[in-house]
Design a binder for this molecule. Structure first.
Ligand SMILES: Cc1cc2nc3c(=O)[nH]c(=O)nc-3n(C[C@H](O)[C@H](O)[C@H](O)COP(=O)(O)OP(=O)(O)OC[C@H]3O[C@@H](n4cnc5c(N)ncnc54)[C@H](O)[C@@H]3O)c2cc1C
Length: 565
């Protein structure tokens, strides 16, 4: 048994920012399935939003305008109290990162440079070329080391230990040795990132399986707004590696097979910098109506920006296009298509990152606070991780500091360990001949076919029934390889169960929302319906699958209106 006052599961930007803060109040540790610097945050390219108002083009910007853009971008589903917290704190968090050494790109006179991003009224996306996530992650990791945070790298969390409605710790195994352990903690922060790998077409890496969401769900916490899955407009064809919105922020054009800048038809004012839900749908419409290139993709053209600007501001995407599509964007347009990108839904929590379990907090992409509502604005997710990572750390640290040490509940921990050991033993023994990889790929294909950008009742019902069948086959898996060291076969089997649970939740939530809002488009209910659905979905785990309930959206100063761009 390993004990810490605060345990943070996840070493991405949200987890590290939480650890930096909690370690000021209590002994803190981070447990992460990969080395923190390999967390998915490192892939973030385009930037992080804050109304710095430090350059001529954004002199009139302020947190209220940032908040309004965020609420409008969210199709009015975001909780406005939480949006206020995020946008008010944004400049302070950016300056803090700058002071900790993050090498932001600069204007000629040395100010933090900001580029325009979709749905934003001003250029307010701070960036470090097109590798912003990498630099922020390294900066936060250095600070966490300085704070003497203890790291358990390459440990995989499997369950939350809860007693009388309060968190007592987690179970996890050391991927290097296969040893299963109980970690006791007075407070736990889940910061495990998104669930993009549920989709066969995704910009996310294969570690984004939504593990922490599934852990919270099984422990009794609701998953909120899981039907809202962001599809990014510009993923490289065919690999789906992200081509940052920053490419359009720098002035890139989207062009169809006829050479038209087709966004004129869909968002005449904002054009390529309309919010992502709108641009993704427009691209898909062009392709579906026969104006895609080879009926498969459209072009993102940055040639007119010139070689110097591409090399200085977009070197990463040039590398990606050259390495993975054999195209140099300096001379040729980039083939792009929409792909899953971000999980707007997640672990239900409030603006203090509190869940319904005492002492259990969530932050970052695994959480739904909700600041992104039905559609996240580009650059707001990295911001979400640093603002709410800090708040979660502060809350968890304080909670731990003010909670007396209780005598260890040996029976509780013993039971938790036994449950996990038994489950792993059952996987080793197997109960049939179903193959984890095949089931996973079927599920990922199904989510693209039936629960992607355009949905309808029949398709979702079919998805539900096929997920049920996949669930039954999951009960008949072939025996998992029995080795202990780096047993990826075992991890894939555990992940599959979790991904199927989350896929069920996405489909059930999508079925329950009979309207189109933000990223969730129901072809059978094409309009937004504020009378019936200006509310969050909450999915609770039951033996018969997810039970959907609803909770009100917190509206403060901005009443819902039609979104025009
Ligand atoms: C390609 C790409 C580009 C992006 N660009 C931008 C951008 O420019 N601006 C922006 O605002 N947003 C961007 N985003 C979104 C943003 O990067 C992410 O939402 C954000 O970085 C998530 O941070 P996080 O800390 O919540 O999770 P992550 O960085 O994904 O970290 C999750 C952590 O949890 C750990 N973990 C997961 N499960 C377990 C488990 N069971 N046990 C132990 N550890 C576990 C992992 O090891 C990891 O350390 C981008 C996303 C992608 C995919």
């Amino acid at each position: 048994m390993i004990s810490h006052e605060v345990l943070i599961v996840g070493g991405g930007l949200a987890g590290l920012r939480a650890a930096i803060e909690s370690s000021k109040y209590a002994d803190s540790a981070v447990l992460s399935r990969v080395h923190p610097l390999r967390s998915h945050t490192g892939a973030a390219q385009g930037g992080i939003n804050a109304s710095l108002a430090n350059i001529e083009a954004n002199r009139d910007d302020n947190w209220e305008k940032h908040a309004y853009d965020t609420v409008k971008g969210s199709d009015f589903l975001a909780d406005q109290d939480a949006v206020e917290v995020m946008t008010r704190e944004a400049p302070e968090r950016i300056i803090e990162m700058e002071h900790w050494g993050c090498p932001f790109s600069r204007t000629q006179d040395g100010k933090i440079a900001q580029r325009p991003f979709g749905g934003a009224g001003y250029p307010r996306t701070c960036y470090a070329a097109d590798k912003t996530g990498h630099y922020l992650l390294v900066t936060a990791y250095e600070q966490a080391l300085k704070q003497k945070v203890k790291f358990y790298n390459e440990w995989f969390a499997t369950s939350a230990i809860v007693d009388n409605g309060a968190i007592k710790g987690i179970t996890a195994f050391d991927i290097l040795t296969g040893d299963l352990e109980v970690f006791t903690a007075k407070a736990v922060v889940l910061a495990t990132g998104g669930a993009g790998w549920l989709y066969g077409k995704s910009t996310n890496s294969m570690i984004n399986t939504g593990s922490g969401m599934a852990i919270a769900y099984r422990a009794g916490v609701a998953l909120k707004d899981m039907e809202f899955v962001q599809f990014h407009p510009t993923a490289l064809y065919p690999t789906c590696i992200l081509i940052t919105e920053g490419a359009r922020g720098e002035g890139g054009y989207l062009v169809n097979s006829k050479g038209e800048r087709f966004m004129q038809r869909y968002a005449a004012k904002a054009m390529e910098l309309a919010p992502r839900d709108i641009v993704s749908r427009s691209i898909q419409k062009e392709i579906d109506e026969g104006r895609g290139v080879k009926d498969l993709y459209v072009h993102l053209d940055v040639r007119h920006l010139g070689k110097n600007k591409i090399l200085s501001n977009l070197p990463g995407i040039r590398d990606i296009a050259m390495q993975f599509a054999d195209i140099d964007p300096v001379n040729e347009p980039i083939p792009v298509q929409p792909a899953q990108h971000y999980t707007m839904g997640g672990i239900d929590c409030n603006a203090k990152c509190e869940t319904t379990i005492k002492g259990l907090y969530a932050a970052g992409e695994c959480a739904c606070i909700s600041v992104h509502g039905a559609n996240r604005l580009g650059g707001n997710s990295l911001l979400d991780t640093v603002v709410f990572g800090k708040i979660a750390g502060e809350q968890a640290g304080n909670f731990a500091k003010n909670t007396p040490q209780e005598t260890k509940k040996e029976a509780l921990y013993g039971d938790a360990l036994k449950t996990e050991k038994d489950q792993i033993q059952r996987l080793f023994e197997g109960s049939g001949d179903a193959d984890t990889a095949l089931l996973r790929e079927e599920m990922r294909g199904l989510m693209v076919d039936k629960a992607f950008m355009f949905r309808n009742k029949d398709g979702l019902i079919e998805a539900k029934s096929k997920l049920d069948q996949l669930g039954s086959r999951l009960g008949k898996l072939r025996p998992i390889a029995r080795y202990k060291v780096f047993n990826l076969d075992l991890i894939r089997a555990i992940e599959l169960r979790e991904m199927l649970e989350l896929a069920e939740v996405i489909v059930a939530s999508a079925l329950s929302r009979e309207e189109s809002r933000g990223s969730h488009v129901r072809l059978d209910f094409p309009k937004r319906d504020d009378t019936r659905f200006l509310k969050h979905t909450l999915a609770y785990k039951t033996a018969d699958g997810p039970r959907i309930e609803f909770s009100p959206v917190k509206i403060a100063r901005w009443q819902p209106e039609e979104r025009k761009y």
